[in-house]
Design a protein around this ligand. Sequence first.
Ligand code: R1P
Ligand code: MN
Ligand code: MN
Length: 393
Amino acid sequence: MQHFSRIALIVLDSVGIGALPDAEKFNDKGVHTLGHIAEHQNGLSMPNMMKLGLANIEPIQGLEPVAEPQAYFGKMAEISKGKDTTTGHWEMMGIFTEIPFKTYPEGFPKELIQEFEKRIGRKVLGNKVASGTEIIDELGEEHMKTGAVIVYTSADSVFQIAAHEEIVPLEELYHICEVARELTLDEKYSVIRVIARPFVGKPGHFTRTANRRDYSVEPPEKTVLNRLAEAKKDVIAIGKISDIFAGSGITRAIHTQSNMDGVDKLLDTLAEPFHGLAFINLVDFDSKYGHRRDPVGYAKALEEFDTRVPEILAALQENDLLIITADHGNDPTHHGTDHTREYTPLLIYGRSLSPIGQSLGIRRTFADLGATIAENFSVQAPKIGESFLSHLK
Ligand SMILES: O=P(O)(O)O[C@H]1O[C@H](CO)[C@@H](O)[C@H]1O
Ligand SMILES: [Mn+2]
Ligand SMILES: [Mn+2]
């Protein structure tokens, strides 16, 4: 069996590949992020991902499978009871989330908001489920006049705080988030993530900045990342990965501004020597296009990523393994603005592997990834997941 000295794991945030069998329970019957974007655009120009075998995973209207895919390919099911970023990434690294995280479809309880207002010395606006761009359009002006911060949530377990950078300086916003983080760690509330959502601009023309910051809870048990770090391997987190794991098991964190900046930083990372895992999340697909229900923008982002694939392949050394997947869906043609319950694509490429990839079938859980990575680096396997390392030849 081959072992690899470096693994690069790329998560295309929200690029799902069709409804999971239990999608109906999530109000997501018939969703298909990649398929519906391709259908909407009458095809997608992603020649490099096609060469790897993206369209070989399953038939997708407008995308042609290739005769000789360069990568091993398949799709993965999520067994955890959730469709958010945290649940998806944690499952990849071996955690089964059986009890869904607490969500707040009616907004946060009054007593929590009152305590929060008291502690931060500012009032709260909103306190409801909303889309982040819509709620700043709706309440941004009032926020600027009164200095009250905008609090909102979604179908996920998130406490999001939006504020204009010129009204609430970033340092203060981050402090406010720390207060919210502390209050919502209480079991009574158990919110998974507090998120700072700074924005700039004039009423009617607000834009969010890249100064977003996530305050996550630590995973409830050790993940494959912890096992790697304990075994003195490098665990390099690029983009929001470090936030998602609250820094746990990460040996180096690199923050990014955008998908393309993320790819640049991955290339920089691959150009340097390391031994272990480079784990990157490209969030624009999700935050800029999926939640905004913008299939045209989403398609462009996919095509833009595709143009960078040759550079990524060229940056790989003989003994490297590249894995491309996603953490959930976010079908921009589906109702609402939330994630969608989907399979995620799986593409695995290595220069030392056979030039024609085989099917890895339908993986029962995202944790097959963690199990594979653990086996590769000879660290303790996660409780769930089956390694497919021996299939890679
Ligand atoms: O609508 P925006 O602010 O982008 O928020 C989205 O981002 C959150 C965190 O990923 C999701 O829960 C969803 O609410
Ligand atoms: Mn995500
Ligand atoms: Mn999202």
